[in-house]
Design a protein around this ligand. Structure first.
Ligand SMILES: NC(=O)c1ccc[n+]([C@@H]2O[C@H](COP(=O)([O-])OP(=O)(O)OC[C@H]3O[C@@H](n4cnc5c(N)ncnc54)[C@H](OP(=O)(O)O)[C@@H]3O)[C@@H](O)[C@H]2O)c1
Length: 281
């Protein structure tokens, strides 16, 4: 039992007023959902994407406040552009205290199937997936993490995948890349706490199967709209018997970014309807 338990303080944990948050890939399906929630909790949110116009689909919800959102161009694979983006956000909000690395994904060209064996996956396709997920997490962590190191305070949240825990069939590069993201999350958590400040936390979420545009072709038959054999197998192996929806991520994201998780760093939280916990029996 915690003595002098301050219930008022607990209620304030999820008020993110005054926080300056940047989300890479923020105009995507999952990043956009996080942006709406964080603006709703009072944060200033910079939605960074290489195609900022995609954020239009969230604009009506972002405008509701009480926080505010800006949409900025940024490419997580280009350091110079990231530096310009950092300066732009700083001019608008002040220094960033929270980075969400949500840009990432797989490529059909790095996915085995009837037309493509593992042995024939081109190196460029593997490199694309590794760059996007690993380099695309490390570079923004360098640019925005430096500001956090200077301030002695900050929060980095990476987006790994349940693939990192249990590699899935057909997507070797994506599984290995996300394992790299989980590993880097632990490395950076230790590095920031030891070298800069124990008040800089680094965590990750590991979403399971969320039905989005990126994976639609793997889960649903293009012609009939019915579940593919793979889609059906996923549902059969998910104890909660459904795909995730973007809102399923929000509680864990909010918790990890809030003072409620003050002693949590280096954690990778699965959000997968218990898929990764299920042995199949
Ligand atoms: N959906 C799932 O089931 C699932 C499961 C586990 C993990 N995840 C991870 O969750 C994250 C978000 O996924 P999502 O489903 O929301 O995908 P999404 O809708 O494709 O969002 C990703 C966003 O990142 C952008 N992006 C790509 N390359 C970029 C670059 N070089 N610089 C800046 N932005 C870039 C994409 O733009 P373009 O559209 O132009 O490429 C897109 O707007 C990814 O890391 C993904 O691997 C997703």
């Amino acid at each position: 039992m915690i003595e002098n338990y301050n219930l008022e303080g607990v209620r304030e944990w999820y008020d993110l007023s005054g926080r300056n948050i940047v989300i890479t890939g923020g105009a995507g399906i999952l990043g956009g959902e996080m942006a709406c929630m964080l603006v709703g909790c009072g944060a200033n949110v910079a939605i960074m994407d290489r195609d900022p116009s995609l954020a239009d689909r969230f604009m009506d919800r972002l405008g509701c406040g009480p926080g505010c959102a800006i949409v900025v161009f940024g490419d997580v694979l280009q350091r110079e552009i990231l530096e310009q983006t950092e300066a732009q956000i700083r001019a608008e909000f002040g220094p960033v205290d929270t980075l969400i690395n949500a840009a990432g994904g797989n490529s059909p060209r790095a996915t085995t199937g009837a037309d493509l064996s593992f042995f024939d996956i081109p190196p460029e396709a593997v490199r694309f997936v590794f760059d996007l997920n690993i380099l695309g997490t490390i570079l923004p962590s360098q640019i925005f993490g430096r500001t956090m190191a200077r301030q002695g305070q900050g929060n980095i949240l990476n987006v790994s995948s349940m693939n990192a825990l249990r590699p899935l069939t057909r997507i070797p590069a994506y599984s290995a890349a996300k394992a790299g993201v989980s590993n880097f999350t632990q490395w950076l958590a230790v590095h920031m706490a030891q070298e800069y400040s124990p008040n800089i936390r680094v965590n990750a979420i590991a979403p399971g199967f969320f039905h989005t545009t990126q994976n639609h072709y793997l889960l649903f038959d293009e012609k009939t709209g019915a579940l593919t054999a793979r889609g059906k197998s996923i549902i059969d192996h998910t104890p909660m018997k459904r795909f995730g929806v973007p809102q399923d991520l929000l509680g864990a994201v909010l918790w990890l970014l809030s003072p409620a998780a003050e002693f949590v760093s280096g954690a990778v939280i699965p959000i997968d309807g218990a898929f990764s916990a299920f042995s199949g029996v």
